[in-house]
Design a protein around this ligand. Structure first.
Ligand code: S3P
Length: 441
């Protein structure tokens, strides 16, 4: 696959953010809607689906395995479920682009099939650690070949049989948990995962919604193999991880007020709200409701003076994708913010501790990368040029930083914003961010 173009953002300093918008569909839930809809019996109609490159990679992977999936309109997907044993061997390796969720969850799900399949990805995905799933899956009986470093391409061979295991997860990872639970659907007996801290529970919620029994006792989640899934229509809420850029932007910009509609506020995802509120942000949760087993609300955010804090470690897994945006908030806060216990940030789409520290330093912010976190002293932010290193969330975070910068911010390597937030530039312009994009050299 060819390298993406160098999409460059140029964002003018200052301005205010006002109005309302609905961020795109939740990425985690969109992936799972395709995976579980494909394995269900009957027709699943999904609305609010994220039409970003990551979730489309999952969609295309299931089409390649013989599942009929139609896209009748914007955000709509119809999946003709093939049942637990109806997937077919794809004609070629499954290319999953930048998407760690596709690769790790599929690794578990495909460990239980009767065919061989190879999973590949782009340069970033091919450097991310996969042993965290391939090791426990191997102890369930799966045969998965990886590179010597434990990275993709991953070749998954049909297993003789899978058996359930009781796995104490060494890191708080929803991808690892979900991968094992999906393999557990095909395993003899019980599969259980014990997590060191709560992580997003969309897999468990959706399995239950489709009629599969999943037990949660404290931090232990378990299911028994051999069951079935029954199709049901799914409404995907807007992604709080995409809302995060606007929560930070409207908090730090002058004279701003934004309403973000239909945002998922699952308790395992609201670290961004908890942390920003602790820093002094003015965020209201309005019209809380339940949508197909997931809590949803409108979020109203207004400008507020922020102060630096020590981020509580128990919030880290609940805000794991939002730290690039939170670091921008910290750079605009009064005093020092300290993050610890977040070494997982080093193995995301980029090394988010180092790449964010480099970008903040380029803008004149006092930031110090540490092994498991960062220290940021809020203050003046200049303009300048930063490199997102192909990381979608870093690109969007620095775009929002411009509302408080003293000069233009130019951001390189932004094409991957399309993995999670197609239409970001237009939506952000619509509420007042002075952002333009061009193809750079
Ligand atoms: C995800 C889980 C998180 C998150 C990722 C999506 C998921 O990864 O960072 O963007 O959909 O399960 P980890 O579980 O590896 O922390």
């Amino acid at each position: 696959m060819h390298a993406p173009e160098n999409i460059v953002y140029s964002v003018q300093p200052g301005g205010r953010l006002r109005g309302e918008l609905r961020p795109p569909g939740d990425k985690s839930i969109s992936h799972r809607s395709i995976m579980l809809g494909a394995l269900a019996e009957g027709m699943t109609r999904v609305s609010g689906f994220l039409e970003g490159e990551d979730s489309l990679a999952t969609l295309k992977a299931f089409q390649a395995m013989g599942v009929e999936i139609a896209r009748p309109g914007a955000g709509q997907v119809t999946i003709a479920g093939v049942g637990m044993h109806g997937l077919r061997a794809p004609p070629a390796p499954l290319y999953l682009g930048n998407s760690g969720t596709s690769m790790r969850l599929l690794c578990g799900l495909l460990s239980g099939q009767g065919f061989e399949v190879t999973l590949t990805g782009d340069a970033s995905l091919s450097s991310r650690p996969m042993r965290r799933v391939t090791d426990p899956l191997a102890s369930m009986g799966a045969t998965i070949e990886a590179t010597e470093k434990g990275t993709a391409p991953l070749r998954i061979l049909p297993p003789k049989s899978l058996k359930g295991i009781a796995y104490a997860m060494p890191m708080a990872s929803a991808q690892v948990k979900s991968s094992l639970l999906l393999a557990g659907l095909y395993a003899a007996g019980e599969t259980s995962v014990t997590e060191p801290a709560p992580t997003r529970d969309h897999t468990e919620r959706m399995l239950r919604g489709l009629g599969y029994e999943v037990e949660t006792q404290g931090n232990r989640i378990s299911l028994r193999g051999g069951g079935r899934l029954t199709a049901r229509d799914l409404d995907v809420p807007a992604d709080i991880s995409s809302a995060a850029f606007f929560l930070v932007g409207a908090s730090i910009a002058a004279d701003s007020e934004l309403t973000l509609r239909h945002v998922g506020i699952n308790p395992t995802r609201i670290g961004i709200i908890n942390i920003l509120r602790r820093m002094g942000a003015d965020i209201e949760i309005l019209d809380e409701r339940d949508v197909g087993g997931e809590p949803v609300a409108d979020l109203r955010v207004r400008s507020a003076p922020l102060r630096g804090i020590r981020i509580p470690e128990d919030q880290v897994p609940l805000a794991i994708d939002e730290f690039p945006a939170l670091f921008i908030a910290a750079a605009c806060a009064e005093g020092e913010t300290l993050l610890t216990g977040a070494e997982e940030l080093r193995v995301k789409e980029s090394d988010r501790i180092q790449v964010m520290a480099d970008g903040l330093l380029a803008l004149g912010v006092d930031a110090e990368a540490r092994a498991d976190g960062i220290r940021i002293r809020g203050g003046k932010m200049g303009g300048g040029r930063v490199d997102s290193r192909g990381d979608h969330r870093i690109a969007m975070s620095f775009a929002m930083a411009a509302v408080r910068a003293e000069g233009e911010i130019t951001i390189d390597d932004c094409a991957n914003v399309n993995t999670s937030f197609p239409g970001f530039v237009e939506l952000a312009r619509g509420v007042g961010l002075d952002i333009a994009q061009a193809v750079g050299s």
